[in-house]
Design a protein around this ligand. Sequence first.
Ligand code: ADP
Ligand code: ZN
Length: 436
Amino acid sequence: MAERYYQREIETMPSEQLKKQQDEKLVRQVRHVFNDVPYYRAKMEEKGVTPDDIEGVKDLYKLPFLSKDDLRETYPYGMLAVPLSDCVRIQSTSGTTGKRVIAYYTQHDVDLWDECCARAIVAAGGTRDDVVQVCYGYGLFTGGPGLNGGSHKVGSLTLPMSSGNTERQIQFMMDLKATILCCTPSYAAYIGESLAERGYKPEDNELKAGIFGAEPWTEEMRRGIEKSLGIKAYDIYGLTETSGPGVAFECREQKGMHINEDHFLAEIIDPDTGEVLPDGQKGELVFTSLDKEAFPLLRYRTRDICVLDRTPCPCGRTHVRMAKPMGRSDDMLIIRGVNVFPSQIETVLLHEGYAPNYRIEVDRVNNSDTFDVFVELLPEQFSDTVSAITAMERKLSDALRLMLGISPKVHLVPPKSIERSEGKAKRVIDKRKLHE
Ligand code: ADP
Ligand code: ZN
């Protein structure tokens, strides 16, 4: 089947033309920010850069970075680049890593964001004939509003479910014959589990695709969700600071997410030195917004760790692809001196045949780190003997040691004893922070 695009000309624009457009937009955007955001102007002055120094993307490295700390410092309106009366919307981060930051949007900014989400929906096969069930949270969180707006642009029938009330989600999914499901991957896994518990088979629903993001998830988790819901699962990425979901989205190739480069310039930097790294190297993702009016962040450090890929994609889209982020630099746990990402643990659990229901607990006892992983037994394993379960715990601990380089204490716990997530899953409890 021929590939469909929401904005073919933009999404498949030859690289040179795209680059020329980005150069022009960047020059314009830097002037806008310099003139209208005193906080950033001061940062530029401190670095000795003026808008005249920025002739195009090649000069991007000269600009100062912004981080979440800057946004907290300038809260609430210190980064506003247009009169507040021109703004029509406020959204806010989920506050996963501390005090929430807010973002503001003009109508132009909302349209731009909705279009990015529409590109994602069309890339996942969405059309005006689809029924799009949005069970990301609605409200200050960007997930619900973003996919809702995108679905409207595509002309699909939108079910603005918001998160939670799984019983009703399932009822509407079945009664209204939803074809595309949008939520966090952890909630998608939970919906899959809940459907099975009610006796539904994957082929009983009308879903064909899911658009899942807002938190890190592994390939293993993807395959599990695809199987349990009988769909193709697409990744979508974004953050409030750049708009929300839709900054990048997956095409049918499922080999990285295309970044909407006509709006967002991406760089990968070394998180320690700030040095720009060549494509293909792993580092921290940094975004510069080229078109946003109200909240146009330049060189915003996401703390998400990933890799960019500029090799051509068979889908025809020319925009650069980002690998699935492994997690944020601040999600990374340092346990007994070893770097551990929760996503590595998830990979092992799913590979070993467990469900993605787990909790990681880290503590410090007598100056030494403790590291416990709680994993649910599958219902059919629950009746196993104690010695069988102990052997399974040992096997899982060995598999985790191979992946991580250190051994956790594995606890297999009864099915359903780990809390399910309706939004972003909270899987790590680091008690060391409480003692500090
Ligand atoms: P918060 O920073 O408080 O969580 P947001 O709701 O804006 O606020 O979340 C944005 C963050 O969510 C991103 O920086 C990233 O860490 C994570 N995220 C979003 N989409 C994905 C995805 N598809 N894969 C991995 N992480 C994601
Ligand atoms: Zn592609």
